[in-house]
Design a protein around this ligand. Structure first.
Ligand SMILES: [Fe+2]
Length: 265
């Protein structure tokens, strides 16, 4: 059983059956959330080389996943560990470990697609359905987490140029944008999102309860992870405080770059 931001997925893995220990790690619902994070991080931190001791090591991690070999670039985020005001090193390190686990599982799912019997495909229950659902869910989960971590910075970076103008024009002011964005994030269980809609040539705000819901045709500009694993260790019962701390660490230069790319399509 794989749980990706709240969605439980049955994944058959013909290449590498999970060991009892791995099964325990994957079965989030058999553990309280803190134990889940600790257990998950314990395995994935070692795989990703994200322990504090290894933070000084060169970023050359290679991970076996099924029959595939994928090169991890999680190390590019190691500068965020312990460097984001308001966020403990533990929560960032464990969240990155979770991302690594998603990447590993996505690689396993991709490598398994040649071994599944397509003749039995049906929309109720079959291994191919599990594979199709898992592919979308895990791919989005990896990409959404990359968008989240790519736009975090230890420095203070204010919105400027095109993104500041776009938010002003669409929402009246940055503060009005933030009120709507924050309310949207608080109303969902997975992701609060600012995206660019090229059809109407303006930014839009929406939210996701799970990773497979991404609306067609929208380009992500900024995402905030509203799953409890993203904040509960540091902000238990305080999602608004989490969002305020996150906003202060957003790298708006990254958001600006995403807007330029999206709007020039
Ligand atoms: Fe997350």
């Amino acid at each position: 059983m794989l749980n990706v931001h709240g969605l439980k997925l049955e994944i058959e893995d013909p290449v590498d059956r999970p060991s009892p220990q791995k099964r325990c790690i994957m079965d989030e619902h058999n553990l309280d959330r803190r134990s889940f994070l600790r257990g998950l991080a314990g395995a994935a931190v070692m795989a990703a080389g994200l322990s504090e001791a290894s933070a000084e090591e060169p970023p050359a991690t290679t991970i076996k996943a099924g029959q595939n070999t994928v090169t991890s670039d999680i190390q590019k985020y190691r500068g965020l560990i312990g460097a984001l005001r308001g966020f403990s090193a533990t929560i960032i390190r464990e969240h990155l470990a979770l991302l690594e686990r998603y990447r590993q599982k996505f690689s396993e799912v991709e490598s398994s697609n040649r071994t599944i019997d397509l003749a039995s495909a049906n929309p109720l229950s079959c291994r191919w359905r599990d594979h199709v659902m898992a592919w979308v869910e895990l791919r989005n989960s990896v990409r959404l987490h990359e968008l989240y971590f790519d736009a975090l910075t230890p420095k203070s970076v204010k919105p400027d140029q095109k993104i500041a103008k776009a938010l002003q024009e669409s929402y009246g002011s940055f503060d009005q944008w933030w009120i709507k964005f924050r309310a949207t994030a608080l109303a969902v269980r997975a992701w609060g999102v600012l995206a660019w809609d090229n059809q109407v040539r303006r930014p839009v705000i929406f939210g996701l309860d799970n990773d497979s819901e991404w609306p067609v045709g929208l380009d992500p500009l900024l995402v905030v992870d509203m799953a409890e694993h993203a904040y509960v260790l540091d902000f238990i019962g305080q999602p608004i405080a989490y969002l305020d701390a996150w906003l202060a660490r957003v790298n708006w230069l990254v958001v600006e770059s995403r807007l330029v790319s999206a709007s020039e399509k």
